[in-house]
Design a protein around this ligand. Structure first.
Ligand code: CMC
Length: 436
């Protein structure tokens, strides 16, 4: 057996097994040979919430959570945020390389020429209640795109896959902007393909009667940086959902809708909305110590804090903090930043947070920027979903062509009853709903 192996003694049988170690992992299927007798199913691993299980090999995004490092295709996030546009980064995530000038020109042309949504999609959106949550609107509308592009079901055809990728990246800002204007009761604005990806999104959000929308360059760049920071984050809840739904060969619109639904939860992308609600609830700087005390006593969580992978400062939160100051030079200072800074200052000195390695994550400061730009909290997760679509699609594409991948299908440890005797309805006892 080579050095890169592990020897396991099964104390039930005294049998010894040598299992290979590759990339710091053992294959869960190698454990199956460990049996008490030939009838035994074989050893499995139990890992609720996938705390210690790699589900794929990936070359898209690298995270070192202990050191606070994030790289897309090997490029540090700080470098990409400083030098690139979101569309360059989307190209990098999807195709593995930053585009050269000609490639970027072509890629930008391709994406901007897929920004328009079909009129039936517009009518579909008009059917939603005026006060529908924009994230629910976005999820439903992305799923509805599957009705417009039935050819998307052919997920094994690379040309068809690429077309849907372009459509999804192009249409996401249009659908997001339509969700926003729907909630305000304003007419939808058609895309303006002379504008950059981000400026066009701002145009579709905020243009009123002016003949041509001119985006403020500082805000346009800030939004583009936020898009870069949110573009991918390896096997998080929504990316795993994208892969899981995609593994059944469902079409990419339905898989993306499922991923966006996973993103919407308050423990994932929905946290940015919750951070703003928390800052509202705290209300002023002097109430921060009292709020932290309550959290430590088990009353709720400090939203925008903590991460499954980062046990250090989230590198994205650092860049967002810097970007916030740039935005405030244009919009004026959002007073909530003072409460957030105080929360961070106190939490980072507190034994409870130090011991558990809880630091601000990407969602802690992003909402403060969005609010300064004029967004309502309900829109924050929608703003997260736009760029993350590029990441989801990169993960999906990688999964589809990976010969090792099959339909995702975890195992369970069954702990319920077996072989019960059937009871006719007239003899059954009422079961309390609480027990169920
Ligand atoms: N405030 C207070 N305590 C916390 C927090 C928090 N935000 N996060 C974790 N803890 C505590 C938790 O109670 C537990 O304590 P104990 O050991 O005494 O039981 C310990 O820290 C470990 O936490 P965990 O729940 O086992 O950690 P997890 O990896 O399962 O959860 C998390 C990660 C992000 C869901 C969690 O930290 C959390 O709920 N944070 C607030 C929501 C949030 O900001 N989510 C955005 C995540 S980043 C962006 C994204 O994914 O979209």
């Amino acid at each position: 057996m080579p050095n890169e192996s592990i020897t396991i003694t099964d104390n039930r049988t005294n049998h010894v097994y040598a299992l290979p170690i590759e990339n710091g992992t053992v294959r869960a299927m190698d454990l199956r040979q460990i049996k008490t007798d030939p009838e035994d199913f074989g050893l499995m691993t139990y890992d609720p919430a996938f705390m210690n299980t790699a589900s794929c090999r990936s070359s898209v995004t690298f995270i070192d959570g202990e050191r606070g490092i994030l790289e897309y295709r090997g490029y540090p996030i700080e470098v990409l945020a400083e030098h690139c546009t979101f569309l360059e980064v989307a190209h990098l995530l999807l195709f593995g390389e930053l585009p050269n000038e000609t490639q970027l020109k072509d890629w930008t042309y391709e994406i901007t020429h897929h920004t328009m949504v079909h009129e039936t999609t517009k009518r579909f959106m008009e059917g939603f209640r005026h006060d529908a949550h924009p994230m629910a609107l976005l999820v439903s509308t992305v799923a509805a795109l599957a009705t417009v592009y039935p050819e998307a079901r052919d997920v094994h055809n690379p040309r068809i896959r690429l077309l849907q990728i372009k459509r999804l990246i192009g249409k996401m800002p249009s659908i997001a902007a339509m969700s926003y204007r729907h909630s305000l009761g304003f007419p939808y604005v058609y895309p303006d393909n002379d504008l950059s990806y981000t400026a066009n999104f701002m145009n579709m959000l905020w243009r009123m009667v002016e003949p041509k929308y001119a985006a403020n360059p500082v805000l346009e760049r800030a939004l583009d940086i936020l898009f870069i920071l949110h573009a991918d984050h390896e096997q998080n809840c929504s990316a795993s959902t994208m892969r899981s739904v995609g593994s059944s060969h469902a079409d990419p619109y339905l898989a993306t809708a499922a991923a966006a639904a996973a993103l919407s939860g308050p423990l994932h992308g929905g946290a940015n909305e919750e951070v703003l609600r928390m800052l509202d609830e705290i209300g002023s700087k002097d109430r921060v110590p009292g709020y932290i005390k309550e959290v430590k006593e088990g009353h709720g969580k400090l939203m925008g804090f903590g991460h499954r992978v980062y046990k250090n400062y989230d590198p994205r939160a650092k860049i967002i903090k810097w970007t916030a100051e740039k935005v405030f030079e244009v919009t004026g200072r959002n007073p909530k930043i003072e409460i957030a800074l105080e929360l961070e200052r106190i939490a980072l000195q507190d034994e409870y947070f130090i011991k558990r390695k809880l630091y601000p994550n990407v969602d802690f400061y992003s909402g403060i920027i969005y609010e300064a730009m004029g967004f309502k909290p309900e829109m924050f997760t929608v703003l997260f979903a736009i760029p993350r679509t590029a990441g989801w699609l990169a993960q999906w594409q990688e999964m589809i062509v990976d010969p090792e991948q099959k339909i995702g299908r975890p195992r369970q440890i069954y702990i319920g009853s077996r072989m019960r005797e059937f009871v006719p309805i007239e003899k059954r006892e009422a079961v309390s709903a609480k027990k169920a």
